[in-house]
Design a protein around this ligand. Structure first.
Ligand SMILES: *[C@@H]1O[C@H](CO)[C@@H](O)[C@H](O)[C@H]1NC(C)=O
Ligand SMILES: *[C@@H]1O[C@H](CO)[C@@H](O)[C@H](O)[C@H]1NC(C)=O
Length: 391
């Protein structure tokens, strides 16, 4: 009896182990996969669970949300696939295989990928042509230590998964323009990405830090921009929306800022807005020094379900208004469903109505509860994509 029992127990034990080894991994894998999808934000959920993302890169064109709408103008049968094989740069006579050749010389719809990890030191700002996608997924691409990116009078551009940092101011000079012709470009401040009279621009999953001027400037009548899933860190002036106080054309500017991670060590302008309208939703703010969100010239801003974690010392107030009390309450700074930690506060507009973004069907997205913001922004910045599987 005893020995029979023992063997029965043993047999059961073996069976259990067998089940654990052969079945559980599959179940938990599928489950993990599903959980992963559920924890992703709306943009990422659209493509990251696809194990074939490498051969189906153009899928992301349908994943954008917010004022940029969908990027379906960037794909189609007439799309040119271009691979960067050479990290060098010639600003006037770009060689085939370099980033500048793909981004400025090629005038057709182009999808740019990178053959391998690369550190690209641009000699002059890179002027990106309309209908260009720069897709750094799967490799480590740094654009750093000198000139950086500029979108000048161009539309329908995606910038994805690029590390842009230590950008420096540039003297004026000759450079290949976005129309494929050499132009004279005036001096530029050291911004990571600068938009000048640009529209329909999607900036997703980039890591931007340590630049001489700002990380991202949206200026001179630029509009229809979505800034999503980026990691902004180690910077004084982070994001400027609206050129200067006198540039009234920026009244029509519409920008969506969603699922970004700000900090550590960001000082101000997350964003600073002039004239136009910004919908700032589901972002994580890991401290600030002067302020997080500021503005002048009567902008409108809807801050929705962001998590503001005030710094230990210094200013706890999220907002800043140029000229403080005098014009302050004429500006529409609204906070809806935001959460505040470490004593953070948000001086909202008194009276007035919250301006709705009025998104069209393809721009629209559900702003989730602020409780999920930490997990939805966990993979902001450039993604670590393994060679064999998911991103
Ligand atoms: C922005 O998009 C809207 C709606 O699609 C369009 O009417 C408007 O002309 C666009 N603005 C710019 C500057 O392209
Ligand atoms: C959305 O529409 C309402 C009603 O027409 C308007 O008051 C509001 O300014 C609009 N929002 C934006 C961002 O233009």
């Amino acid at each position: 009896m005893i020995s029979q029992n023992t063997s029965c127990v043993l047999w059961r034990f073996v069976l259990t182990i067998t089940i654990v080894i052969f079945f559980i991994p599959k179940i938990s894998c599928a489950k993990q996969f599903k959980l992963m999808g559920l924890n992703m934000n709306m943009i990422d959920r659209c493509w990251r669970p696809n194990p074939k993302w490498r051969s189906q890169r153009q899928q992301i064109a349908t994943c954008s949300i917010g004022y940029v709408g969908k990027m379906t103008n960037n794909i189609g049968n007439d799309l040119i696939q271009y691979e960067v094989t050479d990290p060098n740069d010639d600003p006037i006579n770009p060689k085939l295989g370099t980033l500048r050749y793909g981004a400025s010389v090629i005038q057709n719809k182009v999808w740019i990928t990178f053959q391998k990890d690369m550190n690209i030191r641009l000699i002059k700002p890179l002027l990106i042509s309309s209908f260009t996608t720069i897709d750094g997924r799967g490799v480590n691409v740094h654009i750093a230590n000198n000139a950086c990116l500029m979108i000048f009078k161009a539309t329908n551009i995606i910038i994805h998964s690029i590390r842009i940092h230590h950008c420096k101011a540039q003297a004026s000079g000759m450079v290949m323009g976005p129309n494929g012709k050499v132009i004279h470009l005036g001096p530029v401040d050291g911004d990571a990405i600068r938009l000048v009279t640009a529209s329909k621009i999607w900036i997703d999953h980039n890591t931007l830090n340590n630049c001489e001027d700002g990380l991202l400037d949206v200026t001179r009548g630029s509009s229809n921009v979505t800034i999503s899933n980026n990691w902004f860190r180690e910077q004084d002036k982070v994001m400027l929306l609206g050129h200067d106080d006198g540039y009234v054309r920026d009244k029509n500017m519409k920008v969506t800022v969603v699922y970004n991670h700000f900090g550590p060590n960001c000082n101000q302008r997350m964003p600073r807005i002039r004239h136009g309208y910004a919908h700032v939703a589901n972002n994580l703010y890991l401290g600030w020094m002067q302020y997080a969100i500021g503005g002048s010239m009567g902008p409108s801003l809807k801050s929705e379900a962001n998590l503001f974690i005030a710094p230990k010392g210094g200013s706890k107030e999220v907002t800043w208004r140029k000229n403080g009390q005098i014009n302050g309450d004429k500006w529409e700074f609204h906070s809806v469903r935001d959460a505040f930690e470490n004593g953070a506060s948000f001086a909202v507009t008194n009276g007035g109505r919250v301006q709705k973004p009025n998104y069209s069907k393809e721009e629209d997205f559900k702003v989730v509860d602020v409780k999920s913001v930490r997990s939805l922004t966990r993979s902001s910045g450039v993604l670590q994509c393994s060679k064999t599987s998911l991103c």
